[in-house]
Design a protein around this ligand. Structure first.
Ligand code: ZN
Length: 133
C-alpha cells in the first residue's frame, strides 16, 4: 500500500452552515458540494485547496460517530484521507501487516468514493481513511 496523495482532511463541526461561512468568508474558499451520507449519519461540505479537499462533517443524528467525536473531543480535525489505487486491496494489505481496521472492506463515501477506515489505535491516534474511485 502506498498513498498517491492526501485526498482530503475531515473536520468535525457542530454547525455546518456556520462552518461553511467561516471557510468561505474568512478562508476565501468556495464550497462546491454539500452532500448527506445517510449511511454514516453525516452531512458533508467540500472545499478545494489546491489538490487537497477539506471535508466538513456535521452529524445528522446523535448516534453519528461525528456526534460522539464532538462530545468527547470538541470540534476539530477528525480524519485524514489518503487516495490509493484500490481501497479493498490497500485495506487487506495493511491488515496483513497487523493494522486494526474499522472497515474490513470498503463502503460508499461522499463523492462516490470507495472508503475504508483504519483504527486510530493502530495508527498512533490518527483516524486514517483510505479512498479510491
Ligand atoms: Zn473523509
Amino acid at each position: 500500500m502506498k498513498p498517491n496523495k492526501i485526498e482530503h482532511i475531515g473536520i468535525a463541526v457542530s454547525n455546518l452552515d456556520e462552518a461553511i461561512r467561516y471557510w468561505e468568508d474568512i478562508m476565501g474558499l468556495k464550497c462546491y458540494n454539500i452532500e448527506e451520507v445517510v449511511d454514516q449519519k453525516v452531512k458533508t461540505a467540500f472545499f478545494k485547496v489546491g489538490e487537497v479537499k477539506i471535508e466538513l462533517l456535521e452529524a445528522t443524528s446523535p448516534e453519528s460517530t461525528i456526534a460522539s467525536f464532538i462530545e468527547k473531543k470538541g470540534q476539530g480535525i477528525h480524519h485524514i484521507a489518503f487516495a490509493v489505487d484500490n481501497t479493498n486491496e490497500a485495506l487487506s494489505d495493511v491488515e496483513a501487516k497487523g493494522v486494526k481496521l474499522i472497515d474490513k472492506t470498503s463502503r460508499a463515501g461522499a463523492e462516490g468514493l470507495k472508503i475504508g477506515f483504519l483504527h486510530p489505535k493502530s495508527t498512533m491516534g490518527i483516524l486514517t481513511e483510505l479512498c479510491s474511485e
